[in-house]
Write a protein that binds this ligand. Structure first.
Ligand code: GLV
Ligand code: MG
Length: 276
């Protein structure tokens, strides 16, 4: 299943949970953390557990962003999950900065018979510092997710592309180290499609394979950017054929096995298999 677009939906708006799937989001993230004020946490938690206890639609992934595990809200979220019939596909762990906490959550989920995968949301200086250790913390971990807004606030930096470039690259490298997916932060201007498109392409060039959305209208732009074009697929096929010779040239560019590795990723992102 593709995992290009990850749409945040506040846990306080259960009527929107199913609608997220209707706009084509690959994954809907039910948010119990920063989109929910303290007074709404309990109701959001109940709504999330109810919805996640129902049968999935079979094609939209369902993720749950709990509160940070080091907070009382986060502990309450975990306990509610463990004692419920909820079966999210993934738990997004915000403010992640500790491999031990990821292992602890893994153990709790195992005891409760939950198959949910873990995703570490890296959004602090400490999180970036520990990204590599977290990437190898547990086989339950599926992805590293970069959180730009919190990370910028942690540094006192602008929440813009250039000031956060190093951290984004470090998250992608740590994900590669653990053989994990890398998911990029949302773009926070919901009405700016050209800006979203440009940032998503920049994320892809860094190595991200997914991007979060904070508004349903962002989903189509993200899905399109993360779906290789017909030209990119055709070029990847030419590269694979040419590289069978060892070294060759495609579109004026030298190709060899290293270039072929990237071409295989393009075909995989397009849902196609390489014919060799
Ligand atoms: C996401 O949680 C962010 O802080 O950007
Ligand atoms: Mg955050």
């Amino acid at each position: 299943m593709p995992r290009r677009s990850w749409l945040f939906t506040p846990g306080t708006k259960p009527e929107r949970f199913t609608r997220a799937a209707e706009v084509g989001a690959d994954v809907v993230i039910i948010d119990l953390e920063d989109a929910v004020a303290a007074g709404g946490k309990a109701a959001a938690r109940t709504a999330a557990m109810d919805w996640l206890s129902q049968a999935p639609d079979g094609h939209t992934g369902r993720a749950l962003r709990i509160n940070a595990p080091g907070t009382a809200f986060g502990l309450e979220d975990m306990l509610a999950l463990l004692h419920s019939g909820a079966q999210p596909d993934a738990i997004i762990v915000p403010k992640a900065d500790s491999p031990d906490i990821l292992r602890l959550l893994d153990g709790l989920l195992t005891q409760a018979g939950k198959t949910a995968r873990l995703i570490a949301l890296i959004e602090s200086a400490g999180g970036v510092e520990k990204a590599e250790a977290m990437a190898r913390a547990t086989p339950r971990l599926d992805a590293l997710f970069f959180g730009a807004a919190d990370f910028a606030a942690d540094l006192g930096a602008d929440c813009a592309w250039e000031p956060l470039l190093l951290a984004r690259s470090r998250v992608v490298q740590a994900a590669a180290l653990g053989g994990l997916a890398a998911i990029d932060s949302p773009y926070f201007m919901p009405d700016d499609d050209p800006g979203l498109r440009a940032e998503t392409h920049a994320s892809i060039r860094l190595g991200f394979g997914g991007k979060a959305a904070i508004h349903p209208r962002q989903v189509a732009v993200i899905n399109e950017a993360l779906t290789p074009s017909a030209e990119a697929v055709a070029e990847a096929r030419r590269i694979l054929l040419e590289s069978l010779k060892g070294v060759g040239v495609v579109s004026g560019r030298m190709v060899d096995e290293a270039v072929a590795r990237k071409a295989r990723l393009v075909l995989a992102a397009a849902g196609e298999t390489a014919v060799e």
